[in-house]
Design a protein around this ligand. Structure first.
Ligand code: AQP
Length: 328
């Protein structure tokens, strides 16, 4: 079982990234043969960014992943731009990607509407590069949050069209979206997902957030005018807190509803804040130890890239051969 996933180096990662994706990476590292995790800096340049910041953010993200439990000896952890096969495969796959399909991508529509200066062609091609990331490793399984469902479907379509056109070269992957916590919602607007670019500060909790701020943000989370700690229509805020509590305490949402039956929202929120603080504390502490050592993080990423390159190069050789590209 080969596992692959990518994460953007877009600054401080939030609780949604951790619960929806990073938790799944850690779980996958001993099932994966191998499990391959990529910090996708080439995806991050599709919207406006600051070059010096991008370099730092790659180290931030690497340290965060290791602090969360990824062990570079048990998985492959690397920076996307260090393995040039990703960009070459992106171009080759663009020839079997329907323009109309890219036009339908929700993420492109949302992010292009938010761009003030330039809607880059890179933002439009983002899902093709993502397909290349996954398909370069012939991954069977891709752990992601719910917002990546549509991109994963496109990746599958691209692989299927490629194989139908050029022969059976690529593996058609399955997504692995967690049953609980696949879409952690914004604390201030629980009808929208917690997001790096669109949530306001009070709406998201960072993985390295200090405990006072966690308590403050959860206590001021928007809920409804009712009084029952239950999931259901019109109860987006409480449903979100129930999922957060369930994941961070390792229980089911039904357990949470039973545990807090008859209790007030205020007491429930205090319990959620404590659970989140307990969940994130070891990650934050380990992150503080790891993050200062840029050289060690760079060495880890470079070693990961060397291993990743070998796997991707083998796929690229097959793809080029099948497509009649390059010398025979
Ligand atoms: N709210 C979320 N709940 C659960 N999972 C989520 N993910 C993102 N948001 C949530 C999952 O996190 C992984 C990494 O996402 P990314 O590489 O897109 O990182 P990002 O750009 O910093 O995160 P955002 O918040 O998703 O940014 P925006 O909203 O600006 O695009 C993915 O597997 C994703 O599903």
């Amino acid at each position: 079982m080969r596992i692959f996933s990518g994460i953007q180096p877009t600054g401080r990662k939030h609780l949604g990234n951790h619960i929806g994706a990073i938790r799944g990476y850690v779980e996958g590292q001993d099932r994966g043969d191998p499990a391959i995790y990529c910090i996708v800096d080439l995806h991050a340049i599709t919207v406006s960014y600051e070059p010096a910041e991008l370099r730092r953010y790659v180290y931030d993200t690497a340290a965060m992943l290791i602090a969360s439990g990824l062990d570079p000896d048990r998985c492959i952890l690397f920076r996307q731009s260090d393995v040039r096969e990703h960009t070459e495969l992106c171009w080759l796959l663009a020839s079997v990607t329907a323009h109309g399909d890219l036009n339908r991508m929700h993420q492109f529509k949302e992010k292009s509407a938010r761009q003030r200066e330039l809607v880059s062609a890179g933002l439009f091609l983002y899902p093709v590069l993502q397909a290349a990331d996954v398909l370069a490793y012939r991954a069977d399984e891709v752990p992601v949050g719910d917002d990546q469902r549509q991109h994963l479907e496109l990746t599958r379509d691209v692989a299927i069209r490629f194989n139908a056109t050029y022969g059976d070269v690529l593996t058609v992957p399955e997504h692995r979206i967690p049953a609980v916590g696949a879409r952690i919602m914004d604390l201030q607007d629980p009808t929208a997902k917690m997001s790096t670019t669109s949530s306001e500060e009070r709406g998201r909790i960072y993985v390295d957030e200090d405990e006072k701020a966690i308590v403050k943000k959860i206590k001021s989370a928007v809920t409804d005018s009712g009084a029952e700690v239950r999931r259901g229509p019109g109860k987006d805020g409480i449903s979100n807190l129930i999922e957060i509590y369930a994941v961070t305490r390792g229980v089911t949402p039904e357990d949470v509803e039973r545990e807090f039956d008859g209790q007030r929202y205020g007491d429930f929120k205090a319990a959620v804040a404590e659970a989140v603080a307990d969940y994130l504390r070891p990650v934050r502490e380990r992150y503080a130890e790891l993050r200062p050592d840029d050289a060690a993080l760079e060495a880890t990423l470079a070693a990961g890239a060397a291993r990743a390159r070998d796997l991707a190069a083998a796929t690229l050789a097959d793809v080029r051969h099948a497509m009649g590209v390059g010398a025979p």
